[in-house]
Design a protein around this ligand. Structure first.
Ligand code: ACO
Length: 318
C-alpha cells in the first residue's frame, strides 16, 4: 500500500513578536536577523498550548480531508516542547478531538520529527495495519528558549501543523532518515531536573549555530538525492521542495547545491521563524490552502535538527 496526504491543517498562536520587539529584549537588530536568517517575526503561545494547537491543527486537517475523528486509526505527534509528559500529547489530542478508535504516541526527533512521524505512519500503512493516521508536529519552543541568548532566541517560534495520511493502492514511495549522535552536542536542551543540580542555562536550548548550518547544507541535499535515487525520480520531476524552515540562507544553499531554482522552495519562515517539527506541516497546509498543490505533483519533504537527525520523503499530491 502507498500513503497519500488526504487533508492538512495548522494552528498559529495569535501573539506575533517581530524583530523590533526582540531587539528590545537582547542586543540585536531587525537588519541583522533579516540578513542572517530571513526571519521577520515569529508567533508565541500565550493562551494556547502545544496540546491545544495540536488538537486544533488536527481538527482542521480532518475537516480538510472530509473525515470524522472516529475514522482515525492512529495519532502520531512529533514534539520536543509539550507541556505534558504524561499522558502523551497524542492521547490528549485523541481526547480533545474524539478520535475514540485511535492508538497514539509521541515522537521526539527534534526538527526532523514530522518527517520521522510521517515515515512511521507510512510503514503502518504499508503493513496494512492502519488506513488513516493523523500526523502532527506541534511546538511551544518559546518555553525552551533562553530569552537572554541572542544566538538562539531570534530563531524560534511556536505553532502546529497536521496531515491526515491515508492508504491507497500502489507501490510505496521510499523515504530516508539518518542520525549522527556523535554530533549531538551541536544542539542540546536538558530537562529541568538533573541529578542534584538546580535548573540552569542548560535547561534552555543551546546551539552551535555554525556547526548546525554546515551540517544542514551538506546533509539535506545528500538525503534529497538519496530519496530521488531510491524512487527513480529526477530533480526535474519534483514540483516542490518543502523543507524545514530554519534559515533562508540554508534553503538557498540547498537549492544551489541541488541546482534547482529557489522558486521551487517555498518559504514562510519570514512570518513564523523556526517552528521545529511543526514547520513542514504548517508550510504544507499553507501551500494546500492557497491551491498551489495540484493532483499528480511530486513533493519532496525534508528536515534536519538536533540529534543530529535528518531525513526526506517524497509524496505525490492527490
Ligand atoms: N544579533 C546580532 N549579532 C549576533 C546575533 C544576533 N542575534 N547572534 C550572534 N551575533 C554575533 C555573534 O556574536 C558574532 O559576533 P562576533 O563576530 O563579534 O563574534 C557575529 O554575530 C557572527 O556570529 P555567527 O554565529 O558567526 O553568525 P552566523 O552568520 O553563523 O549566524 C545563525 C548565526 C543565524 C544562528 C546561523 O549560524 C544559523 O542559522 N545556524 C543554523 C541554526 C539552525 O538552523 N538551528 C536550528 C536547527 S533545527 C532544530 O533542531 C531546533
Amino acid at each position: 500500500m502507498r500513503a497519500r496526504i488526504s487533508g492538512t491543517g495548522s494552528c498559529i498562536p495569535l501573539h506575533r513578536l517581530d524583530n523590533e520587539a526582540i531587539s528590545r529584549m537582547v542586543d540585536t537588530s531587525d537588519a541583522w536577523i533579516r540578513e542572517r536568517t530571513g526571519i521577520e517575526s515569529r508567533h508565541v503561545i500565550c493562551e494556547e498550548s502545544t496540546v491545544s494547537m495540536a488538537a486544533e491543527a488536527a481538527e482542521r486537517a480532518l475537516q480538510n480531508a472530509g473525515m470524522d475523528p472516529e475514522e482515525i486509526d492512529m495519532i502520531l505527534v512529533s514534539t520536543i516542547s509539550s507541556e505534558v509528559i504524561l499522558p502523551c500529547t497524542a492521547c490528549e489530542v485523541q481526547r480533545r478531538i474524539g478520535a475514540v478508535n485511535a492508538a497514539g504516541f509521541d515522537i521526539n526527533a527534534a526538527c526532523a520529527g514530522f518527517l520521522v512521524a510521517y515515515q512511521t505512519a507510512e510503514m503502518y500503512i504499508a503493513s496494512g495495519m492502519y488506513r488513516n493516521i493523523l500526523v502532527i508536529g506541534s511546538e511551544g519552543l518559546s518555553h525552551l528558549v533562553n530569552w537572554k541568548d541572542r544566538g538562539t532566541c531570534i530563531l524560534f517560534g511556536d505553532g502546529a501543523g497536521a496531515a491526515v495520511v491515508t492508504s491507497q493502492s500502489g507501490e510505496r514511495l521510499e523515504g530516508a532518515c539518518h542520525s549522527d549522535g556523535k554530533k549531538g552536542t551541536a544542539l542540546t536542551c536538558r530537562t529541568r531536573y538533573n541529578e542534584d543540580e538546580m535548573p540552569d542555562d542548560r535547561c534552555y536550548m543551546q546551539m552551535d549555530g555554525q556547526a548546525v548550518f554546515r551540517f544542514a547544507v551538506k546533509k539535506v541535499p545528500e538525503v534529497i538525492e538519496e530519496v530521488l535515487e531510491k524512487n527513480h525520480l529526477s530533480k526535474d520531476e519534483i514540483d516542490w521542495f518543502i523543507l524545514h524552515q530554519a534559515n533562508g540562507r540554508i534553503l538557498e544553499s540547498v537549492a544551489r547545491r541541488l541546482e534547482v531554482g529557489i522558486e521551487k522552495f517555498p518559504m514562510n519562515l519570514q512570518e513564523y521563524g523556526n517552528t521545529s517539527s511543526a514547520s513542514v506541516p504548517i508550510l504544507l497546509d499553507e501551500m494546500n490552502r492557497k491551491g498551489c498543490l495540484k493532483p499528480g505533483q511530486n513533493i519532496v519533504m525534508a528536515a534536519f535538527g538536533a540529534g543530529l537527525t535528518w531525513g526526506a520523503s517524497i509524496i505525490q499530491w492527490q
